[in-house]
Design a protein around this ligand. Structure first.
Ligand code: GLU
Length: 476
């Protein structure tokens, strides 16, 4: 077959945008062109249409699962439910997963799934039918399984959908002792891991906190070191945005604006995130929050005065038409692909530090990896070592008290005695992953004299992937 017509990305498509970012990394690498092409392209695209009876009518549902890279297996990535789902979007998001996993040393190839529905407009019962049918389609084509391809939550999906996927998989593969590992982001009662729900938001927090600890970088944009008092705007109050906002708020940052689909709210003195959520639950909207100013056009919120802007919703929200008006000094890409390549160049010229998605929102897949390992090992984190650590700590304290001939106060003793449980271990694994990932990117930026963190992150990811291709020995 001629090479020419094979899924060539359309100019300025979302996939093409990511390719442009990838290509910028090329000049800092000496890797054969063919191998770079292989890394860039999607290994398998499964587009399906299946019928589901909704009410009295039969509806044809359009859905996708794209496996971007098989350089490591299983493939891994979320499933999104949105009326905007299309092949280009899912292909792009699956590619981002490959780079993301490589950066944070999570041994998976990238994948992504999507179903073209508006989950707000479909009843719970129908969402269940659609989810189960989608899973059956994946099983039929061998596109799901603990060692093949492991979905997870994404925009418009959560624990509920992951339970249905697991249950459908188990009903077809009841003898698979590792069936729990066929999907991550499950509720804890269904084999999920503690800390998965807030993982992406917490990862965003750890990543930005690490950047804010860097004296040199902070002084280059005229900011003090640390998060306390930094003014933050968060766009999107879904699972990622909400948790990120909460962690920033708890760390002493000031959330000056929150933006949702219906508009944004602004208060220079800061918004209390949990009160905003209560208000949202009560009224169905973040607007008219007591003490805050309403901003009708949600896009305007991105352009307000702040130190850190966190787009945590969908792609392409910062583009060539609004990039010039952005006033933030740091942009943290909690969403996937929120900045177009044209906007990226404008932001760079303005001296804004962009912390890229392929690093910053990797917390979700990192903790998914922990969940997958937990499912394969069939044991909860901390089960083996908690009591052992507590006994060791008790003995140590005893020795200290004897040697010092002094009693340690009860409250302090309690803190020191405590052995790690699952949430402690998951969070410490996530924190370590995000901190070391950041420094690897920063080291590459410095050693290769790269102008921005995104290109540095791509260089890191590509080198890691090339390394595994070489280890596979398929390019002798
Ligand atoms: N959907 C999330 C992401 O875009 C998580 C993927 C996963 O946990 O596999 O990173």
């Amino acid at each position: 077959m001629s090479k020419k017509n094979q899924d060539k990305p359309v100019k300025n498509s979302f996939f093409n945008c990511i390719e442009k970012n990838f290509d910028k990394a090329e000049r800092f690498l000496s890797i054969e062109k063919g191998l770079l092409e292989q890394i860039k392209s999607c290994n398998a695209v499964y587009r399906m249409n299946f019928p589901v009876k909704i009410g009295k009518e039969i509806k044809v549902i359009e859905a996708y699962r794209v496996q971007h890279s098989h350089h490591k297996l299983p493939c891994k990535g979320g499933i999104r439910y949105s009326i905007k789902v299309n092949q280009d979007e899912i292909m792009t998001l699956s590619a981002l997963m490959t780079y993301k996993c490589a950066i944070v040393d999570v041994p998976f190839g990238g994948a992504k799934g999507g179903i073209k529905i508006d989950p707000q407009a479909v009843s719970e019962e129908d969402i269940e039918k659609i989810t189960r049918r989608y899973t059956s389609e994946l099983i039929k084509k061998n596109f799901i399984g603990p060692g093949i391809d492991v979905p997870a939550p994404d925009y418009g999906t959560g624990e509920r959908e992951m339970s249905w996927i697991f249950d459908t998989f188990l009903s077809v593969c009841p003898k698979d002792v590792d069936a729990l590992a066929c999907v991550t982001g499950k509720p804890v009662s269904q084999g999920g891991v503690r800390g998965r729900k807030e993982a992406t938001g917490l990862g965003v927090f750890y990543g930005i906190r690490e950047l804010c600890r860097m004296k040199e970088d902070m002084s280059s944009i005229g900011l003090d070191v640390g998060l306390v008092g930094k003014k933050i705007i968060i766009q999107g109050l879904g699972n990622v945005g909400y948790h990120a906002a909460t962690f920033f708020h708890e760390a002493g940052a000031i959330i000056v604006a929150l933006a949702e689909r219906e508009g944004a709210i602004y208060n220079q003195k800061g918004l209390n995130v949990s009160d905003v959520i209560l208000h949202l639950k009560k009224t169905g909207s973040i607007l008219n929050f007591p003490g805050a100013k309403n901003i009708e056009n949600t896009e305007t919120a991105l352009e307000l005065e702040c130190d850190i802007l966190i787009p945590a919703a969908l792609e392409n929200v910062i583009h060539k038409n609004n990039a010039n008006r952005i006033k933030a000094k740091i942009i943290g890409e909690a969403a996937n692909g929120p900045i177009t390549p044209e906007a990226d160049e404008i932001l760079e010229k303005k001296g804004i530090i962009v912390v890229p998605d392929i690093y910053l929102n990797a917390g979700g897949v990192t903790v998914s990896y922990f969940e997958w390992l937990k499912n394969l090992s069939h044991v909860r984190y901390g089960r083996m070592e908690k009591r052992f650590s507590e006994n060791m700590n008790a003995e140590l304290l005893q020795v200290i008290e004897t040697v010092c001939k002094n009693k340690i106060p009860k409250e302090e003793k309690k803190i020191i005695l405590k052995g790690p449980n699952e949430i402690d271990l998951v969070r410490s694994g996530l924190e370590d992953t995000m901190i070391s990932g950041f420094h690897k990117i920063l080291d590459i930026k410095k050693s290769s004299k790269i102008e921005n963190l995104r290109t540095s992150a791509f260089v890191l990811a590509i080198n890691k992937i090339v390394d595994s291709y070489e280890k596979l020995g398929i390019f002798p």
